[in-house]
Write a protein that binds this ligand. Structure first.
Ligand code: C5P
Length: 244
C-alpha cells in the first residue's frame, strides 16, 4: 500500500451528482471513497455500483448497522451493495459482530465502531457508561476492540487518541480506521468532532487508514488539501517505521 491508499474520503454529500463531482476530482488522490447514510438514504443501494464503476479506489459502506443479529445478518445477506464494498461498519455488540463477520467474504472487511469520535466523557456518562470507562475512553475502546477481534472482525474504527493502545494490544491482527482528523493547516473550526488528531499523529500512532472529510471538502483547493494529507501520512509512516 502506498500512502494515498490509506486516505478515506467520505462522500458526505446530498446526491449522486455531487458525489460524482467529488469522485472525478479526487479519484486519483485518495484510496477509498466512503458512502455514508446521507448519500445512501438519498440514492439507495445503487449508489454503491455507481461510485464503484467510476473509480479504482476502494468502497467503504458506512451504514453503522445496529439491530438484533438476525436482522442485520439478513440485511447483509440481501444486499449486493455489501458484497461490492471493501469495508462495512457495524456497532460493537459481540453477537451482532459475530453474525455479520460470519456472513461476509474476505473482500468485505467488517469494521466495528468502538466509540464515536463526536462523543466525550460527559455524553458517555449520560449514556450509562461506567464513569471510570467514560473518563478513560481508551479503556472502553480497547475493551471493544477485544470484542471485535474475538468476533472475527477485520478491524475497528477509533479516534487517533486510542489507536496506539489498540495497536499495542493487537498489532497487525486488527486494522484501525481513524476519523476525527483535523490537520493543523485546515480551517474547519467549530464542528461536531471531539477527540481529534492531525493526519500525521493518527498514522504515527498506528492508524492503517484515516478518514478525512471536511478539511478536504471545505478547502479552497481540495486536490491540494488531499495531497497535503497524503504527505502527512507518508511522514507518519516513515517515523513509525523508524521507531519499530
Ligand atoms: O473529517 P470529517 O469530520 O468531515 O469526517 C466525517 C466523516 O467521518 C463522516 O462521514 C462520519 O460518519 C465519519 N465518522 C466519524 N466518526 C466515527 C466514524 C465515522 O466522524 N467514529
Amino acid at each position: 500500500m502506498i500512502a494515498k491508499d490509506r486516505l478515506i474520503f467520505p462522500l458526505d454529500v446530498p446526491d449522486a451528482q455531487e458525489a460524482r463531482k467529488h469522485v472525478a476530482l479526487l479519484g486519483e488522490h485518495v484510496g477509498v471513497f466512503k458512502i455514508g447514510l446521507e448519500l445512501f438514504v438519498a440514492e439507495g443501494p445503487a449508489i454503491v455500483d455507481t461510485i464503484a464503476d467510476l473509480t479504482d479506489a476502494g468502497i467503504f459502506l458506512d451504514l453503522k448497522f445496529h439491530d438484533i443479529p438476525a436482522t442485520v445478518q439478513r440485511a447483509i445477506r440481501s444486499g449486493s451493495c455489501i458484497r461490492r464494498a471493501n469495508f462495512v461498519t457495524v456497532h460493537c455488540d459481540p453477537s451482532l459482530l459475530e453474525a455479520v463477520a460470519a456472513e461476509v467474504s474476505d473482500h468485505t472487511k467488517v469494521l466495528a465502531v468502538t466509540v464515536l469520535t463526536s462523543l466525550h466523557t460527559r455524553q458517555l456518562t449520560a449514556l450509562g457508561i461506567q464513569p471510570e470507562l467514560a473518563e478513560e475512553v481508551v479503556k472502553l475502546v480497547v475493551q471493544r476492540a477485544r470484542i471485535a477481534r474475538e468476533a472475527g472482525c477485520a478491524g475497528v474504527v477509533c479516534s487517533g487518541h486510542e489507536v496506539r493502545a489498540v495497536k499495542e494490544e493487537y498489532g497487525d491482527d486488527l486494522l484501525v480506521v481513524t476519523p476525527g482528523i483535523r490537520p493543523e493547516w485546515g480551517d474547519v473550526s467549530k464542528d461536531d468532532q471531539r477527540r481529534i488528531v492531525t493526519p500525521y499523529q493518527a498514522v504515527r500512532n498506528g492508524a492503517d487508514y484515516i478518514v478525512v472529510g471536511r478539511p478536504i471538502r471545505a478547502a479552497t483547493d481540495p486536490v491540494e488539501a488531499a495531497s497535503m494529507v497524503v504527505n502527512e501520512i507518508q511522514r507518519g509512516l516513515e517515523d513509525r517505521d523508524q521507531v519499530a
